[in-house]
Write a protein that binds this ligand. Structure first.
Ligand code: FPP
Length: 209
């Protein structure tokens, strides 16, 4: 969801205002995606590298994750099941504060029975670290390291292959997102910063599938 900072900068607002609008826009896009009958929507909310941002910005983004995972009533009304992918909370490098962990656990449990769209939020996530951990676990499996054993040991093995990968705000390269799952995915590039990504943008991305 690139471009929150640039969106804010263009309006003379602080970067944090762009993130706030980014979170609001995610809530809007989730509603539209449900209406489009999308089965799986996965978003990159916070990368393992994002901890290096200035502390006030990191704190603000963490608060927005608490807000997003707190939208349980809205998600239940939409029949959306929320999921999370990222570094396990008990891994030595993990830094996720307890209040965010609690919000994530509560949202997953409170929406677990929903049968509609699955919204997966990548938080403290990196595609390469996910693969390293998956290969490490696959080595212990009876067949050793195979495509099946790697797939089975990803953060969320149930996540289907990506149909279309969206890159906003003029970024025309692949990032460290769902590297294994996006083999063969179409890529939709747009100049729109994430807060301006709307229904027409989503439809243009879906047209590539
Ligand atoms: C990219 O914008 C966005 C992030 C680093 C992560 C934060 C995303 C949100 C707050 C929107 C969705 C909300 C949640 C809670 C999942 P950027 O800072 O890289 O902007 P720039 O590319 O213009 O610098």
């Amino acid at each position: 969801m690139d471009g929150n900072g640039r969106w804010a900068g263009k309006r003379g607002l602080p970067r944090t205002a762009g993130h706030t609008e980014g979170e609001e826009n995610l809530a809007r896009i989730v509603r539209i995606a449900v209406r489009r009958n999308i089965g799986w929507l996965t978003v990159f909310g916070f990368s393992t590298e994002n901890w290096r941002r200035p502390r006030p910005e990191v704190r603000h983004i963490l608060g927005l994750h608490e807000k997003l995972f707190g939208r349980v009533d809205e998600l239940n009304e939409l029949n959306v099941r929320i999921q999370w992918i990222g570094r396990p909370f008990d891994s030595p490098e993990a830094r996720t504060p307890r209040y965010v962990q609690r919000a994530i656990r509560k949202a997953i449990a409170s929406t677990a029975d929903n049968t509609g769209m699955v919204l997966t939020v990548a938080f403290d996530y990196g595609g390469r670290s996910e693969l390293v951990a998956a290969v490490d676990s696959a080595r212990q499996s009876p067949d050793g390291v195979t495509t099946d054993s790697i797939s089975a040991n990803l953060c969320l093995p149930e996540l289907p292959p990506v149909d279309v990968l969206v890159r906003t705000s003029g970024e025309r390269r692949v990032s460290n997102f769902l590297l294994w799952q996006s083999a063969g995915a179409a890529i939709y590039f747009t100049d729109a910063p994430w807060p301006d990504f709307d229904a027409a943008e989503l439809d243009a991305a879906l047209a590539l599938t």
